[in-house]
Design a protein around this ligand. Structure first.
Ligand SMILES: [Zn+2]
Length: 481
């Protein structure tokens, strides 16, 4: 490359104000010449043109310069003398940054050619790039930053940079003269604390997405509540959720990796179910309800107080029928009227007379797990189908209704519809908070509520109609406890 290297003029790569009328006229002349029309510059032009270093170049180079507007096939017939390109001599150079974007279906090569990068440089850039990133992976709309050294009207590509992935940047720099060197650089990740809340219409997923909550957060929310809430069946229009989470974010603002939910509150059927993340000294974390009970706690194995097993799960000779029969639950002998507790949080699916089961309650805890309580003397006041109950809530009282020989609770656990032994069914067991952690936990709750409200109050007017999203740079409050 010499100082006389020709600057090829393209409207796309030059800002309008930098195209002097003179150059414009030259370009018009080129295009008109190329199209075969006669172009006579106004009287005043000729002396100026001559005053500049007017260079002749090959028809090939000019074809490249204007090829996109008139098509390369138009040129062959013109004599080289008609094709003038303006250059500049020994002008101070400056680096100019230019942003280009891949058009629909456009490859990097075409985009660079469009941006007037020298064809040799384009080849060298692509060759270097292939060592670190497949150029075919670049998609429409990909932004690419070019640094171009301008010496007068002569341009020379110095470097090319683009964000290959949210956390990875690719830089291709000019090395020795005509060669280029490519490298990748990790870009920093920030953590943002974000508050969002929305009314649920349709699914939690749909409503959450409308409120701008990332998929990963909604998935985490679903997992956190899945022990007790069946989102498909329990959650209805008008229910609400609130969530406070930490989201790792790339430089361009896009979420990266797994968000961590610090606090969430799901309001289902008018009842709020908050949960809080607690980090244990060993680094593991779990979710706890407002009272500090693990949300992953297992079903109560004995849903009646002061009861003893009178008949285990499994094959037995039925005391009334007199023949061998599968006992699909566990019988707990207890005095008439002893309170019966819901073994886990869930929704009442049945609260009625059910043949041999007598007065019977069935609770669904999640999409796989149900519990059944038979032979009840009576249900607790107001208990009805569709009611949401918490673990340990009284649902009725021990009786001897149905096929029963005396007051006892027949307690059944069904996993995917099949009876399982309540005493051995392997439910995920949650951890418990010690005294010190409990105190910290209760304090932490207030702080999270405050932070949630503060973030939400700062939120710009909700863009999606059904929710609000607020964010701040991460502050070093410990998550959960
Ligand atoms: Zn039984």
């Amino acid at each position: 490359m010499t100082p006389f290297h020709l600057g090829l003029i393209r409207s796309r790569s030059l800002q309008a104000e930098r195209i002097t009328p003179l150059l414009l006229a030259g370009l018009v002349a080129l295009v008109c010449g190329a199209l075969g029309t006669r172009f006579a510059p106004p009287e005043g032009f000729a002396p100026h043109v001559q005053a500049l270093a007017v260079l002749q170049t090959s028809s090939e180079a000019v074809a490249r310069a204007v090829g996109a507007s008139v098509g390369p096939g138009t040129f062959g017939a013109r004599a080289p003398s008609d094709l003038t390109v303006l250059g500049a001599v020994e002008t101070p150079s400056e680096a100019v940054t230019r942003q280009i974007e891949l058009d629909d279906g456009q490859g990097l090569q075409d985009a660079l050619v469009d941006a007037d990068v020298d064809s040799g440089d384009v080849r060298a850039v692509l060759a270097a790039l292939r060592h670190v990133h497949d150029p075919r992976r670049l998609k429409t709309g990909q932004e690419i930053t070019l640094v171009v050294r301008q010496t007068g009207d002569v341009e020379r590509l110095e470097s090319l940079t683009f964000q290959a992935e949210p956390t990875r940047e690719v830089i291709v720099r000019r090395g020795a003269d005509t060669s280029f060197v490519a490298e990748t650089k990790a870009t920093p990740i920030e953590r943002h604390r974000i508050a969002a809340q929305a009314e649920i219409s349709g699914s939690l997923y749909e409503s959450g997405r409308k409120a701008g909550v990332p998929r990963s957060v909604l998935a985490a929310l679903w997992r956190a509540y899945a022990h007790a809430i069946d989102f498909q069946r329990d959650v209805h229009a008008g229910d609400r959720f609130a969530v406070l989470y930490d989201q790792p974010t790339a430089r361009d603002g896009s979420p990266v990796g797994q968000a961590v939910i610090l606090y969430a509150a799901l309001t289902v059927g008018g009842k709020e179910f908050p949960l809080y993340r607690v980090v244990f000294p060993d680094g593991s974390a779990d979710y706890f309800d407002a009272k500090g009970q693990s949300v992953k706690r297992s079903l109560l194995r004995t849903p009646v107080d002061s009861a003893h097993v009178t008949s285990p799960f499994g094959m037995r000779i039925h005391p009334l029928l007199g023949f061998s029969k599968m006992h699909t639950g566990v019988d707990f002998g207890a005095p008439l009227g002893t309170p019966i507790f819901a073994a886990g949080a869930g929704v009442v699916e049945e609260a009625s007379w059910a043949g041999g089961y007598g007065r019977c309650v069935r609770i669904r805890h999640n999409d796989r797990l149900q519990t059944v309580y038979g032979h009840m003397n009576r249900f607790s006041r107001g208990l009805h189908v569709g009611q949401r109950v918490n673990q340990g809530e009284v649902i009725g009282f021990v009786g001897s209704t149905g096929r029963s020989t005396g007051p006892h609770l027949h307690f059944e656990v069904r996993v995917a519809g099949r009876p399982a032994n309540p005493l051995s069914v392997n439910m995920p067991t949650g951890r418990t908070l010690g005294k010190a952690m409990m105190a910290q936990f209760l304090q932490g709750q207030d702080r999270l509520h405050q932070e949630f409200s503060r973030l939400l109050a700062k939120a710009p007017p909700p863009k999606p109609e059904s929710g609000r999203l607020a964010t701040t740079a991460h502050e070093p409050t410990p998550p959960g406890v």
